[in-house]
Design a protein around this ligand. Sequence first.
Ligand code: PRT
Ligand code: MG
Length: 211
Amino acid sequence: MITIALSKGRIFEETTPLLAAAGIHALENPESSRKLILPTNRDDVRLIIVRATDVPTYVQYGAADIGIAGKDVLDEHGGEGLYQPLDLNIAKCKMMVAVREGFDYEASIRQGARLKVVTKYVKTAREHFAAKGMHVDLIKLYGSMELGPLVGLADAIVDLVSTGGTLRANHLQAVEEIGAISSRLVVNQASLKLNRAQLQPIIDSFAQAIQ
Ligand code: PRT
Ligand code: MG
């Protein structure tokens, strides 16, 4: 049995066409089903629905053979034990630094101010500011980072931006791009050796579908 780990929402939606290209169709919709293990049209393939941040963990420990996870999530996880053969070019966005409208980010850097930064991407943020030689106080949040600068919890946020609508709605502005983000296929290395006959055709179909 091949187990594929996915998260609900945008990753599931954008993965559905790729699965279809590999001849795999979920028999239930994870948005409406409460099941965490979804059967597919193929007896030898099932999907498990997990939190986006948990996908690398399931694949790392072999509880799933393959999975799809954002580069943001993989960077935080570290990617240990994961083979990453494909950039699927889906769920694209950017990791950005943003501040309140009118806050002079460049000036406060020049003055050597010690900024408070809220983020759920602590490792990414730490590496980014360290590379710039900036001293910052990082505060870990699990969501709604955009609120931080509005209520005085922080001067800046590190978060994903796609349309920019969330920043605008909260009177924030992006001041720095940390990097481009898209979703990657991750494969358990031991499982690939053991189940290559089943896994390689799926990987190849994904590779063809994204071209
Ligand atoms: O939502 P949940 O807490 O369950 O988990 P999650 O947020 O990790 O999962 P999900 O499904 O929201 O995101 C899964 C993956 O999609 C992420 O790991 C990213 O790789 C990718 N992705 C692409 C995004 C976005 N675009 C995105 N815009 N993930 C989150 N956002 C959020 C962002 O954090 C911000 O709050 O959307 C808001 C900004 O969007 P715009 O369009 O207003 O700029
Ligand atoms: Mg989300």
